[in-house]
Design a protein around this ligand. Sequence first.
Ligand code: ACO
Length: 706
Amino acid sequence: MNKPDYHNIKYLFEPHSVAVVGASRNPEKIGYKVVQNIITGGYKGRIYPINPQGGEILGVPVYKKIEDVEEDIDLACIVVPAKYVFESIKNCTTKHVKHSLIITSGFSEVGNIEEENKIKNYATSHGMRIMGPNMFGLYFSSSSLNATFSPPGIIPGGVAIITQSGALGLAMIGKTAVENMGLSSICSVGNKCDIDEADLLEYLVPHEETKVILMYIEGIRNGERLIEALKKATKKKPVIVVKSGRSKRGAAAAASHTGSLAGADNVFDAIMKQCGALRAETVKDAFTWCKYISNNPYPPGKEVVIVTNGGGIGVLETDACEKYGVSLYDNTNKMKEIFSPVTPDFGSLKNPIDITGGAQSRHYDEALGAALKCDSIHAVLALYCETAVFDSEKLPEMVRRNYENYKKQKKPILFSLFGGQKMEEAVTNLGKENIPVYSNINDSVSPLGAVYTYKNYLETSSDDIDDVDLDIDAINKIVEKARAEDRYFLLTHEAQNIMNIAGVPIPRTIIASSLEGAVKSAKNIGYPVVMKIVSKDIIHKSDAGGVAINLLNKKEVVDAYEAIMRSCKTKVPGALIEGIEVAEMVQAGTEIIAGAKIDPSFGPIIMVGLGGIYVEVMKDVAFRAYPLNRREVLSMISDIRSYSLLLGVRGEKTKDIDSLVDINLKLGAIVHKCRGISDIEVNPVVVYEQGKGSKAVDTRILLSRD
Ligand code: ACO
């Protein structure tokens, strides 16, 4: 008897045999629809419907028990009520089923976590992998397998869809049919108790027929694995992601829908960008991009020309190009040379090329033909505003003709047709022929923008990781000491020690335990200095009068020492005072916040933003998953709106951004390598002029609770 191959995901997509446990003769039941779809979908393997009553379904003999089947089975679809699922899975293991699609609902999504875990653990320990529960099944074009209860009419093609929501996925199937969008696969992951998006990507990425992958995500279970899988996937093909739960209420709804955390949206957004995934705001945008990408060539370069018969629509398209990162060709001499023979004297030869309201079919042919011939133009956006002089009957033919010519030469062309009834009909009909024709300006630019974003990622991303050497033992000792004292936070001097160990520059600091010690420390550090009370019992140091700044000489240090002690003893009576911290007074610079933490969805992440006291108000922060390389850290820093402050404004010199990159990498390495630490926040990091470094002024460190 063959030993089950636990890891081979191939059998999920290309099984030699499929059992449907809970197959029914009742056409209204899911157990009937699944059998019907497998048969009518043209699946060539062996089908085993399982139902205690036996008999036949749609001419296929039914087995009373899975144990009665004469051979081992690759895939089982489970469509029995929740209370029978565990028993069914147990029975499946007698036939060495490699994968089970558990369509049944009623598990972790409604709090029945224990039963779900029991099933998953049993299956795993018997070499079986589980997809679901709470899912609609799986369709795979290459094996003609439609093991779902989807509506009929899936069109085979180049788009693979992985969705966390079953109902949305089923509805997407209907929508793809209406839009004539071909699918290579569609499946829902449901509660993801075992198989998740990362497993499915592993199989779909090398699958040749799949040109683009669309993922609908509500929550992340194992973000670190997903990051790895997405990075691998996007090297080979575009992955488009729609994620719900952006709003607080949406996140709560997602949590109760599939029992997973939505996570912070800005973190999700940043990490998708880091992985090269294209995030679409709506399902509609995602469909538009998928359909475009699966049917059209990639532009050979970045120069795009707009050809229009209307100035206004040309301006709107220009705005859309800026919004979606589409770069417009601006070689005026070349455009004059190419387009003057085909443009009226009163038209415009600057991009957008305006062939004017009098343009007819042949004028479009001439202008689009001229753009096609020019190698320095890499893609064309063709716009048409409906006019009386253009014979609208001829429009679809003109679009088809030019689209075919461009396709032959592998140059992208996208059309936007704006006007009345005839225009709307043309858009719908040509769209069904998979020609990129849109009535909305943004829709005609955003797919091209998505392609350029993806191409840019491929050209600039790198797998290199800039590792940081750390004395992990020394850091762990500090963490262990705090935990032994039952603390989940580090004291200031402990946090400073960790910064010193990691080589993060901090202001020179000495803890003094007497007045004489404070005076000596100030002299050693050099004036001006700052003094702060050190006491576990005094959390708000300034409120207790425990801080003095800009002390210029010995007398000021003596006076401040006495004033701090007096005030703290009065305001927090009984507080245990461990000493006074004497520190270098930090010179002014650009104040940045930098941090690192263990994100509940994605594991170690780093953060940077505009620092100081307005962090919460400005909310100007950017994130990335750790580990990563310097270039990616720099890209994170350049994502913040205040980046120009670091580049230098109003004649200021550029700041030492490299030293900030160093600090970010070191903070990330600390939380990545010392998992006892859950959060580090440095605010401010003062960044000086280039060559003069940065200083981490105030560091807070929190410890993990698990
Ligand atoms: N082995 C084999 N067959 C069995 C067993 C068993 N151990 N136990 C029962 N059956 C048979 C039943 O006799 C029945 O067949 P019959 O019609 O010949 O009597 C069949 O299995 C189905 O059992 P029912 O009790 O009739 O259950 P029903 O079909 O009503 O519901 C289902 C089962 C569909 C799994 C239901 O419990 C469920 O979970 N529905 C929700 C599914 C869902 O929405 N999933 C998420 C998808 S994605 C989305 O959101 C749309």
